[in-house]
Write a new protein. Structure first.
Length: 393
């Protein structure tokens, strides 16, 4: 994506005046139009109805390599890093087949079995804390790492190494204009090292299965079909990174929102969706038209790229009354923080459960928790979250 207006949007969103609160910027663009055609092949989509329709449209692909812009760059001889094979970027029938197989192992029961372990982890991480602490390093980051590693069977002693790879790989889904050559090089190295690590872990589970998701994926079979070795490596890398990076942001962003709205503290069973809507851990998705289509009356040519600003859709007043207010009592289930359609987040139930237990556990143990300094944002756009959140317990 190299369009001038799209570049302006992302540069503005990352500017200091918008980093802390990008939502007025989104509102300004959304009020001008829910869909902006920023050139012949690129649209910026900010309205809730338009984003929802795009997420569910059967003729829109999540594979950016199918875009006219990508093909143009290839034809011009520009070096383009290929997308890693991943459920995130697959289309049917490959996506249908692989997601169906994964769903047989990644069951609601398996997630629910982690609830007691997650509650214990929250208690362990909060135990003994007092005074001023960084909530990201003490709770928001270690909890999802420990949960996803326990789910997949990653040894506890490897959690820190995995976290370092994951932080780097989180930048790989940012718009290209926000990634320098140095960042690209770091992403490549982290991807290679994590892939090699997962090769070793999968080999150990092939030799000696255990009660974890990798072993479950190795055993799953449907109508004679199984997940291949290469597919399993790609899947576990995706689950390890996507399975915790977004949850870190949910816990951090959600806690910060509640610290600024003490009147809204209460049960989080349904309120977790309002926290997801209010400050979305994932700010945008990409879709590409595989043929000429129409979205909300707007003709979209084949090969066009649609930049779906999920966070803008979640603050659309046509979908949510008083959208800039945090209201835990509202029904926010229409939010698009988990995407939608066939690519709706596979780990949504796991993320909700971790968010409820982490934020709920914090507020139950420390009801008078308050900010103790200026929060520091992570240097990413697509995954919006905090690097540091200083609080006084």
């Amino acid at each position: 994506m190299t369009t001038t207006e799209a570049q302006q949007f992302f540069v503005a969103a990352m500017a200091p005046e918008h980093r802390v609160d990008p939502y007025p910027l989104y509102a300004e663009w959304r009020e001008r139009a829910h869909m902006h055609r920023v050139d012949d092949d690129t649209w910026l989509v900010l309205g809730h109805a338009e984003v929802t329709a795009s997420l569910r449209h059967p003729r829109l692909s999540s594979n950016e390599e199918r875009s006219t812009q990508h093909q143009r760059e290839l034809a011009a001889g520009r070096e383009v890093i290929p997308l890693a094979p991943s459920l995130l970027f697959m289309d049917p029938p490959d996506h249908t087949r692989l997601r169906g197989l994964v769903s047989r192992a990644f069951t609601p029961r398996r997630v629910e079995d982690l609830r007691a372990r997650t509650a214990d982890l929250v208690d362990e991480l909060l135990h003994g804390l007092g005074g001023e602490v960084d909530l990201i390093s003490t709770l928001a980051y270690p909890l999802p790492v420990k949960v996803i590693c326990a789910l997949l069977g990653v040894p506890e002693e490897d959690e820190a190494t995995f976290s370092a790879w994951s932080k780097v790989l989180a930048r790989s889904i940012d718009p290209s204009i926000l990634r320098s050559p140095e960042i690209e090089a770091q992403i490549a190295v982290a991807g290679e090292e994590l892939s090699a690590y997962m090769e070793g872990l999968v080999a150990r589970r092939e030799a000696a299965p255990a009660a974890d998701l990798i072993s479950g994926l190795l055993a799953v079979e449907a109508e004679g079909d199984r997940i291949s070795h290469a597919e399993l490596i790609d899947l576990t890398m995706l689950l390890l990174v996507a399975g915790h990076e977004t949850t870190v942001n949910l816990i951090g962003n959600g806690t910060l929102a509640l610290l600024g709205h003490p009147d809204q503290r209460g049960p989080l069973d349904a309120g977790i969706d309002e926290l997801l809507r209010y400050d979305s851990p994932v700010q945008m998705n990409i879709r590409v038209a595989t043929e000429d289509v129409e979205i909300a009356g707007e003709p979209i040519p084949a090969g066009a790229e649609l930049i779906l600003v999920l966070a803008a859709a979640n603050r659309d007043p046509s979908a949510f009354a008083r959208p800039d207010e945090l209201l835990l009592g509202r029904d926010a289930r229409r939010h698009v923080a988990f995407g939608g359609g066939i690519h709706h987040c596979l780990g949504a139930a796991l993320a909700r459960m971790e968010g409820q237990l982490a934020i709920g556990g914090l507020l139950a143990r420390f009801p008078d928790v308050r900010l103790a300094g200026e929060p520091e944002l992570r240097p990413t756009f697509t995954l919006r979250g905090l690097e540091h959140l200083p609080v006084a317990l």
